[in-house]
Design a protein around this ligand. Structure first.
Ligand SMILES: Cc1cc2nc3c(=O)[nH]c(=O)nc-3n(C[C@H](O)[C@H](O)[C@H](O)COP(=O)(O)OP(=O)(O)OC[C@H]3O[C@@H](n4cnc5c(N)ncnc54)[C@H](O)[C@@H]3O)c2cc1C
Length: 424
């Protein structure tokens, strides 16, 4: 049978997962025409620098963009920017989407890589001028000049993005306060030991960190923000307020398709397939089986560049008719000024944490264990230790917990099989 000339793949969302998916399709030898639709004005670009070097003026705009128009044309990918897919419907063999500008896009294969939007601070004053959050290049372009001139900055939310922006604002000379509602920084993602080390590191650099503190209102004058009112009635004066309180997955199209969706995202399986068995989804918009066997059951939501790229590669393989399960060890990094955090594995189920190095020197690693088995590493300023543990985790290996605390022994010498005492 001759190939259907109208057959094409529609990828909705031109971010990290979208670009990884179309690249992987071509690497797999898939030649079907692809349309990649993004609602932002720019071609796909790197998000991590937005809260780090780009905000501080150390990264030029053009270098954030992954590829130019010629690259997409060479790949046989039609890139549509500045237009959102507004409606979508499908059956088992294909479907039709329409965009906000009125384009109709027929497809036979569909991928959703729609990412997430930043959560809005649910208090009075959140829409005042001077209140920012960063997800897009446009957001960073708006914030960067304000940070450079601000004397007092309050960051609401002590997660990765909030702390990265806080470190940047402090390095630019502002008086910075981080307001965090829970009792520790980075509480959803890291061990308590790292939370405390990160708090101390920010305070050493002059940033004030207020834990168990809630912003109840943003105060303003003539439409501009003037401060953050806290639950205890005090107000922190600020010309700039940055909100970093997490992100909400963009699931509206999945809901239109009647796919299984929960609050944490579009539910996918290990092949990045959604509940209809044919539409795939990848990246920040998804929740799926833990790709890392660390004894944690249930679905996980991972928000990182490596996850978006790896899961998108799995989604591409599924679309191309291969069946490769997504089974990578999660890893992540966060540059908070001159403080570099590197993490691999998932420490949430840990029952033992080994401290390797001196936490106060900002050069240490924390190794997490569950029932004697290594499940995660968190390193600060220790890339060699980080890499040794990441490689061990990737090979399904472990390390003796008592020996790992001894910094005179290189970690790579301690790698052992799980439940085995013989060095590998
Ligand atoms: C400021 C910041 C700093 C970060 N730093 C790090 C870091 O240091 N390390 C790390 O590992 N990760 C970091 N991340 C996380 C990482 O960038 C994300 O996990 C990753 O970008 C997710 O990729 P994605 O493709 O799922 O989503 P995105 O990259 O967000 O892309 C989704 C795209 O889809 C578009 N879209 C959504 N709906 C539609 C529609 N209906 N029609 C058309 N387009 C649509 C969105 O506008 C967006 O452009 C950071 C994220 C941010 C925001």
């Amino acid at each position: 049978m001759a190939p259907d000339p109208t057959a094409r793949t529609l990828v909705v969302g031109a971010g990290q997962a979208g670009i990884s998916l179309v690249t992987a399709l071509r690497e797999l030898g898939d030649t079907q025409p692809v349309v990649l639709v993004g609602d932002e004005p720019e071609p796909p670009y790197e998000r991590p620098p937005l809260s780090k070097t780009y905000l501080r003026g150390e990264h030029d705009r053009a270098s954030l963009i992954f590829h130019d128009a010629a690259w997409f044309a060479d790949l046989g990918v039609e890139l549509v920017t500045g237009d959102a897919v507004a409606t979508v419907g499908r059956d088992a063999s294909g479907g039709v989407a329409t965009t906000a500008s009125g384009r109709t896009l027929a497809f036979d294969r569909l991928a959703l890589t729609t990412g997430a939007v930043n959560r809005v601070l649910p208090v009075e004053g959140a829409a005042l001028d001077g209140v920012h959050s960063v997800r897009t290049l446009g957001d960073a372009d708006r914030l960067a000049p304000r940070l450079r001139s601000a004397r007092r900055v309050v960051v609401v939310g002590g997660g990765f993005i909030g702390l990265e922006i806080a470190a940047g604002a402090r390095a630019l000379g502002a008086d910075v306060t981080v307001v965090e509602a829970t009792d520790r920084l980075l509480g959803r993602a890291v061990t308590p030991v790292l939370s405390e080390a990160v708090r101390a590191a920010h305070e050493r650099r002059g940033t004030r960190v207020l834990l168990e503190t809630t912003a109840v209102r943003l105060t303003g004058e003539r439409g501009g923000v003037t401060g953050v009112e806290l639950a205890d009635g005090t107000t922190l004066p600020a010309e700039v307020v940055v909100v970093g309180i997490g992100a909400v997955p963009r699931t509206d199209l999945a809901e239109q398709l009647g796919l299984l969706v929960e609050a944490r995202g579009i539910v996918v399986d290990e092949h990045a397939r959604t509940s209809d068995g044919v539409t795939v989804a990848a990246g920040d918009c998804t929740v799926g089986p833990n790709p890392f066997d660390c004894g944690e059951a249930g679905l996980v939501r991972l928000e990182s560049v490596p996850h978006a790229s790896d899961q998108a590669r799995t989604a591409a393989a599924t679309l191309a008719g291969h069946r490769t399960a997504y089974d990578r060890v999660p890893w992540f990094w966060s540059d908070q000024g001159d403080l570099r955090l590197q993490m691999a594995g998932l420490p949430q189920g840990a029952d033992q944490t080994v401290v390797r190095g001196d936490v106060t020197t900002e050069r240490f690693s924390l190794l997490s264990y569950r029932s004697g088995r290594l499940i995660a590493v968190e390193s600060v300023g220790s890339p060699t230790d980080y890499l040794a543990v990441k490689r061990a985790l990737e090979k399904g290996m472990s390390m003796d917990a008592d020996a790992a605390a001894d910094t005179s022994v290189p970690l790579k010498r301690l790698i052992t099989r799980v439940r085995d005492t013989d060095p590998a």
